[in-house]
Design a protein around this ligand. Structure first.
Ligand code: ADP
Length: 482
């Protein structure tokens, strides 16, 4: 995908972490629990195997004690050893003297006395692996715990085993190197089962990095990666769909507001000619009663017809503006004729409001290139704005309309001696719906700019000293290379 956003990457990574960590922890815990369960069972098996041996020792002693005619120890040993390789020697007291295959235990009489007291055989350790098992009957077995079970016969999951026969722990199994002190280890203490030889058995296993479920973790890491990527893609698609919906909504709103703007613009523009028509028709109606005023009536009706034409032209122009592809017609426009029509329309009415409207042609003969109707609309608007600005001004009020060559261009200007444009309004004048007047719609200048743009014109605004505002309309000049 082009332009993958880093934020999306971070989100995807976090989503992956969120998916991966809990399940990975669960996998680790499951694996540990399984491992511990197996270790526990195998330690129990080892404990049972060793216990069986010790129980066997008790059984042998019981059998020997029960014999009326005890066989010779030297002859007995070879017959017992094949089944009991851990049996190193044996013997008993015969007529108060030791009769055995090896020398007697160090403290035989004391041990026999202890066995009598307890009513069962007792142990007498010789070293870490060997011990005597002495029965109350004085029969004694010398046993080697190291030979109880061959290391290979212990269950495979066991690693370290020690058995304490009385002189410290004896290592029965060492399948792991003796590391310092591993951080993770499982261990279990269990005594052997025979009452006479309850030797403590200790089993443990250090957990190393190879014991962890790497394969499952790697598989889950891949699977969760795929899930996170799919999740991110789904989220992205949803966001894209939302964005598209929003765009459609926005486009619909823009269309609506453009329509609204257009409608308001048309109303704004038509207001002037319709007001003029109304005024002319009323004047004509009054004059009708007087025969001598016929030419004036004709004049008023002609002016009304002119205004109606202008209204129709405005509507036609607005229609053309809606279709941006239709280029506005360009023609040489006579600035004097344009000014005359404007003066004819507004001079009298403005004079009644105490405002003087004047026209000055600075370079007679120079002509702008443009569209007469559009120019009329723009100048009408600018004059109307100036008149609005002058409404509350005291003293002599005037609007000066000027035209003339300005370098390679032609420039009209409309200046007034009103209060001027508020400083904060200057940068926003041409924004649609920007107005500082309570009854204003804020569309006049927007429309002027649109109309000017369609004929390659540019509108500017500045304040005058000591007071007043000046709007300029710069157009291409006829006769110059475009
Ligand atoms: P409207 O006339 O409906 O307010 P316009 O787009 O015609 O909308 O004008 C926008 C604003 O420009 C006006 O509200 C006013 O603040 C300012 N303006 C326009 N012409 C003049 C002027 N001749 N003198 C002072 N301010 C003006």
């Amino acid at each position: 995908m082009p332009g993958v956003k880093p934020l999306t990457n971070i989100r995807t990574f976090l989503l992956w972490l969120l998916l991966f960590c809990p399940v990975a922890a669960w996998i680790g815990w499951q694996d540990y629990a399984e491992r511990y369960e197996r270790f526990f069972q195998d330690t129990s098996i080892a404990q049972r195997m060793l216990s069986q041996k010790t129980v066997q020792h008790e059984a042998v002693l019981a059998t020997l004690s029960a014999l009326a005619h005890a066989p010779m120890a030297e002859r007995l040993l070879p017959s017992l050893q094949p089944a009991m390789p851990q049996l190193l020697g044996l013997g008993h007291l015969r007529d108060g003297a030791w009769a055995g295959s090896t020398s007697p235990p160090a403290d035989l009489s004391g041990t026999i006395e202890r066995a009598h007291r307890l009513g069962r055989p007792v142990t007498l350790p010789v070293d870490e692996s060997r011990y005597w098992l002495v029965a109350p009957s004085s029969w004694s077995l010398l046993l080697d715990a190291r030979l109880f079970i061959a290391p290979a016969d212990f269950p495979p999951s066991l690693a370290m085993l020690t058995l304490d026969v009385g002189s410290g722990p004896l290592g029965l199994l060492a399948r792991q190197p003796a590391a310092g002190s591993p951080r993770w280890r499982i261990d279990l203490h269990k005594p052997l089962g025979a009452p006479s030889q309850p030797f403590p058995l200790h089993s443990w296993r250090a957990l190393t990095s190879t014991d962890w479920p790497w394969a499952q973790w790697v598989i889950w890491a891949f699977a969760s990666c795929l899930l996170a990527a799919a999740g991110a893609a789904w989220q992205g698609a949803r966001a894209e769909a939302r964005r598209q919906q929003e765009e459609v909504r926005l486009a619909a709103m823009t269309r609506l507001s453009t329509l609204g703007e257009m409608a308001a613009g048309i109303a704004h523009e038509l207001n002037q000619p319709l007001t003029a028509i109304l005024a002319q028709v009323r004047a004509a109606e009054r004059l009708l009663d007087d025969e001598t005023e016929r030419p004036a009536v004709r004049q008023a009706l002609l002016a009304s017809a002119g205004q109606a034409r202008r209204a129709a032209d405005i509507i036609e122009r607005m229609r053309a503006l809606v279709k941006p592809s239709s280029p506005a017609p360009r023609a040489e426009v006579d600035p004097d004729a344009l000014a005359a029509s404007l003066l004819f329309l507004r001079e009298e009415e403005l004079a009644r409001r105490g405002i003087r409207l004047s026209w000055h042609n600075a370079t007679p003969g120079a002509r702008p290139l443009g569209d007469r109707v559009a120019l009329e609309q723009i100048l009408h608007n600018l004059v109307q704005n100036a008149a609005d600005a002058l409404a509350d001004s005291a003293g002599a009020r005037s609007i000066a309309l000027r035209g003339g060559a300005a370098g390679a261009a032609y420039e009209f200007s409309v200046s007034d001696n009103g209060p001027g444009i508020p400083e904060e309004a200057l940068p926003r004048l041409f924004e649609p719906f920007y107005t500082t007047r309570p009854q204003g719609m804020g569309l006049g200048l927007t429309l002027c700019e649109t109309l000017a743009g369609a004929i390659d014109g540019r509108i500017g605004a500045r304040n005058l000293a000591p007071s007043g505002a000046c709007f300029t309309l710069r157009l291409p000049r006829a006769g110059d290379a475009a």
